[in-house]
Design a protein around this ligand. Structure first.
Ligand code: SF4
Length: 66
């Protein structure tokens, strides 16, 4: 099964990360906010069910299915 992967180079660290909100299983978490705003979001592979929802919600297109 494919799982979502967030490219840390592309993640724009928005504190309002829409992908994080849309994930039905809460697999996306975000590092603690840094000086310039939010932290990098990442996917907990043990929680991700591979639905692919988050991919189209990421405004930075940082999420791919691997
Ligand atoms: S693919 Fe689905 S379950 Fe996995 S992180 Fe994205 S929204 Fe969540």
């Amino acid at each position: 099964m494919k799982k979502a992967y967030i490219d840390p180079q592309k993640c724009d660290r928005s504190p309002f990360c829409p992908a994080k909100r849309v994930c039905p299983v809460g697999a996306i978490t975000q590092d603690k906010a840094g000086f310039f705003g939010g932290g990098i979001s990442k996917v907990d592979e043990s929680k991700c069910v591979g639905c692919g929802k988050c991919v189209s919600y990421c405004p930075a297109r940082a999420i791919t299915m691997k």
